[in-house]
Write a protein that binds this ligand. Structure first.
Ligand code: UDP
Ligand code: MN
Length: 323
């Protein structure tokens, strides 16, 4: 009786081992990522190579074997990097504006923020802010000469040019990686969809801007996929009747037009965009975005001046607080 039991057991043993082995192989199948990765994942912020998705447990040897046996799809071309140039200057609402903007930009994959302070040196407030912003950021400064700090004169000329100079310097040696440049003032409001639209810019792309020019919106007029004019309530004679927030330029175009800058001399108020775009493109070349320029994805919002009427002349509080 005993020997019958033993022989049955040894007969079954290999089968039991096979079942255990198969179960083990099954559990080594790739686990789903710990965090779902939507297109605008904050974790997908481009610091060079894309990160592999998080997995439960380490990759281990099983993962290596998997890679060998299964053919991998060819790697997708990298997303073009979006370079956002933001001029900014010291004022009571500065940190609030930058916080709001960083909260938007942090959600955009492969975005490099070029923050240019209108100041003789980088301030402590902005330096601290940048260190904690949680996105790839270059912090520059360029002061506006005092004679240009007057109402009616164009703002942020020197800062935008400093951003352009940095970009050209950074890419002076290597062949340009795919990239798109966009001027992002610190007080505007940007939808995430806008960045999806501008990312496919081949040369210069354009789209509507809300709450600008004394109207609810301004927009390029499009016929058969081409820009043919401008819907605007202000100086319709401008060659490019568009706000700074209404266009993006490919890095390639910026690099192949090394002299294109914002000019102080001869520039009339409100003509900065036209003066700049004239140097790098033509109306015929413009690429309409946002559903043939029929969607507003960015708003030229302006922050009300804060009331500090009750602010004491001298520091009264027991602590010093950065606002
Ligand atoms: N700006 C600047 N220095 C100044 C005034 C403005 O760097 O003296 C920046 C500002 O932070 C913003 C951009 O330039 O990012 C445009 O300025 P603003 O929003 O005041 O202009 P507007 O909305 O009236 O065109
Ligand atoms: Mn503004």
């Amino acid at each position: 009786m005993k020997s019958v039991l033993f022989s049955r057991f040894f007969l079954l043993l290999p089968w039991i081992l096979i079942v255990i082995l198969m179960l083990d192989v099954d559990t080594r199948r790739p686990a789903p990522p710990l965090t779902p990765r939507p297109y605008f994942s904050p974790y997908a912020v481009g610091r060079g190579a894309a990160r592999p998705p998080l997995r439960r447990g380490g990759p281990g040897r099983g993962a290596e074997r998997r890679n060998e046996s299964r053919p991998q799809p060819p790697p997708e071309p990298p997303l073009p990097t979006i370079y956002a140039i933001t001029p900014t200057y010291s004022r009571p609402v500065q940190k609030a504006e930058l916080t709001r903007l960083a909260n938007t930009l942090r959600q955009v994959a492969r975005l490099h923020w070029i923050l240019v302070e209108d100041a003789a040196a980088r301030s402590e407030l902005v330096s601290r802010f940048v260190a904690r912003a949680g996105l790839p950021c270059t912090h520059l400064h360029a002061p506006t000469p005092r004679r240009y700090k007057r109402p009616g004169l164009p703002r942020a000329t020197e800062q935008r040019n400093a951003g352009l100079a940095w970009l050209r310097q950074r890419h002076r040696h290597q062949r340009a990686q795919p990239g798109v440049l966009f001027f992002a003032d610190d007080d505007n409001t940007y939808s995430l969809e806008l960045f999806q639209e501008m990312r496919t810019t081949r040369k210069v792309s354009v789209w509507p801007v809300g709450l600008v020019g004394g109207r609810r919106y301004e927009r390029p007029l499009v016929e058969n996929g081409k820009v043919v004019g401008w819907y605007t309530g202000w100086r319709a004679d401008r060659p490019f009747a568009i706000d700074m927030a209404g266009f993006a330029v490919s890095l390639q175009v910026i690099l192949s037009n090394p002299k294109a800058v914002f000019k102080r001399r001869g520039s009339q108020p409100g003509m900065q965009e036209s003066d700049f775009l004239k140097q790098i493109t033509t109306i015929e070349e413009l690429e309409p975005k946002a559903n043939n320029c029929t969607k507003v994805l960015v708003w030229h919002t302006r922050t009300e001046k804060v009331n500090l009427a009750n602010e004491p002349k001298y520091h009264l509080d027991t602590v010093k607080i950065e606002v």
